[in-house]
Design a protein around this ligand. Structure first.
Ligand code: PMP
Length: 285
């Protein structure tokens, strides 16, 4: 049985409790982070904590703990759950005001802080990364502040189900003819050696993996264009890929039934996956 963290306590998962009045439950009034663990160490941890601070501040939500304590709590979760490879999920909500009310509760209401682990031994050696992911496009029907990492994940869930029903691995979201991002990842295409990905704005989540991958790509003198691309452009690209803390760099080999290149993972995505995993492991805490 897993040990989970709730508001200062480490508990067996079947003893952990959150109120039915919690704003996270009633209003999706919560934000989250997912940090990957490789070899018992946290990948890109500082980036995840910085984004959490930004999400909290954009929503006028109180910080649930000193940010330094979050590293200690994450490490404690890794060790208590004996995680070698896997994920640490963290969620902060605006807490329990004792009743249901649309207005934010008084500012001194204690936020709720929950963490749990997901063990995935050897998950960096992903069979999907060997084969390459197939995606479909679906309209992006999410709210307008996708730069805040909230727990309002119903539409991304619906899009994952559409992908599953279509027999593919994921969906890319399209707004005004342009790809915003994947259901739970940032989207890229490669054309004539140039890496093209949508620029940061309120339209997409500012991926921590995206930031690291673009940094490593530019250090390796690869050309990067931060701009929107159309679905047609994506289907005519040499290759494509997506990034996230749980998928790292994932080659995409098919979009809406059209194979990219020869239908196998491309050299740029494959190389970036290796570089990202190697370099992040060196910096892991
Ligand atoms: N976009 C969306 C919509 C996401 O849910 C995620 C993963 N949480 C990402 C991008 C990738 O972000 P990160 O690299 O920080 O995991």
């Amino acid at each position: 049985m897993r040990t989970v963290y709730v508001n200062g306590d480490y508990l067996p998962e079947n003893e952990a409790k959150v109120s039915v009045f919690d704003r996270g439950f009633l209003m999706s009034d919560g934000v989250y982070e997912v940090t990957s663990v490789l070899g018992g160490k946290l990948i890109d941890f500082e980036g995840h904590v910085k984004r959490l601070e930004r999400s909290l501040s954009e929503l006028d939500m109180r910080a649930p703990a000193a940010m330094d304590d979050l590293l200690t709590i994450h490490r404690e979760m890794v060790s208590r759950n004996d995680i070698t490879d896997g994920l640490i999920y963290l969620q902060v909500t605006r807490g329990n005001p004792g009743d249901r009310d649309f207005h934010y509760p008084p500012a001194d209401t204690a936020p709720t802080l929950v963490l749990f682990t997901q063990s995935k031994p050897g998950f960096a050696a992903s069979p999907l990364a060997q084969r390459g992911a197939r995606v479909i496009s679906v309209p992006d029907m999410r709210w307008g502040r996708r730069d805040i990492k909230t727990v309002q994940l119903l539409y991304p869930s619906m899009a994952k189900m559409m992908a599953q029903e279509a027999g593919v691995d994921d969906a890319w979201l399209v707004q005004e003819g342009k790809v915003t991002e994947g259901t739970s990842n940032n989207a890229y295409i490669v054309k004539n050696g140039r890496i093209i990905t949508r620029a940061l704005s309120q339209d997409i989540l500012h991926g921590i993996t995206r930031a690291a991958v673009l940094r490593f790509a530019s250090e390796a003198q690869m050309e990067i264009e931060e701009r929107s691309f159309t679905l047609d452009e994506a289907m005519q690209a040499d290759e494509a890929f997506f990034t996230s803390a749980s998928a790292f760099v994932m080659p995409v080999v098919e979009i809406d039934g059209t194979a990219l290149g020869d239908g196998t993972p491309g050299p740029v995505a494959t190389r970036l996956r290796e570089v990202y995993i190697d370099e992040s492991l060196k910096r892991a805490v």
